[in-house]
Ligand binder design. Sequence first.
Ligand code: RIB
Ligand code: CA
Length: 314
Amino acid sequence: MEKTKIILDCDPGHDDAVAILLAARDPGIELLGVTVVAGNQTLENTQRNARKVLQWCNCDVPVYAGCPGPLVREKIIAADIHGSTGLDGPVFPELTKPLENEHAVMFMIRTLLESQGDITVVTTGPMTNLAMAIRLEPRIIEKIRRIVLMGGSYTNGNVTPAAEFNIIADAEAAHICFGCGRPIVMVGLDVTRKALCYPEIVERMGKIGNRASDLFVALMGHFCRTQKEVFGWEGGPLHDPVTIAYLIDPSVLTLKPMNVQIDLRSTISYGRTNCDAFGYLQLPPTAEVAVDIDVQRFWDIVETGLRRYSEDDT
Ligand code: RIB
Ligand code: CA
């Protein structure tokens, strides 16, 4: 089976951590590197968190630190959800996995330029690193096979009524990425808010009984509590892993081509992904937007992904 080569750009973040777990061991995915950006927490925390997760699961995937903040606007973080470390809850051993010396943006540029144009860039945080790479070296654009992002929504947001966190945290970066001309799959809140990690899901994954499932349970202990406190969810929406589940089995999502434009001008709607679901503007589609998710299939993919770590315990 030909593997899907990916760069995973993220801001761990509890849900980013689960996305890393799924991507690192799937036989159909070649995780070339994890690049990290400021988002849920500061870059110092998010890069450390990515290293902690990969070390926990014995995954020899390099981690590269990227941009410490957005291109234009002031930095925002999501400590209310992810805590002061960005990965509150689990207790990790001493961190020994090193951070690569190369900047994430330079890693993206070098890897894409050297490629055969077969790399998918997955972003599950603010799109600052990818936007910087595109601006710094436009030759990479034709080398990006496609962008699969967790972000936006064609309904409402989770930071403002209009805007979702990954987009509003660096709307200018999202604008650059959405305008680059490469195929885009937008996995927004419209579907990720259906992937609710209810207590019975946590119990189901906990029964697997390996390092990855233990980490999942510890992560969800914090994540689901804060999601209930802030949003009233009975189960935390597991946003980021939906991107990886889509790569593993595209049938898990239903996509609809839409013209998507990022609102940079408005005050009240700044950071909104304006998705022209009905073609009012008569403009060409710029993204495939996820409009539905097979929730059962998604959780089956998550369980299968966590079970892949059981061989470590043999
Ligand atoms: O809005 C949800 C997104 O913002 C997720 O990627 C979460 O990790 C945060 O980055
Ligand atoms: Ca994220």
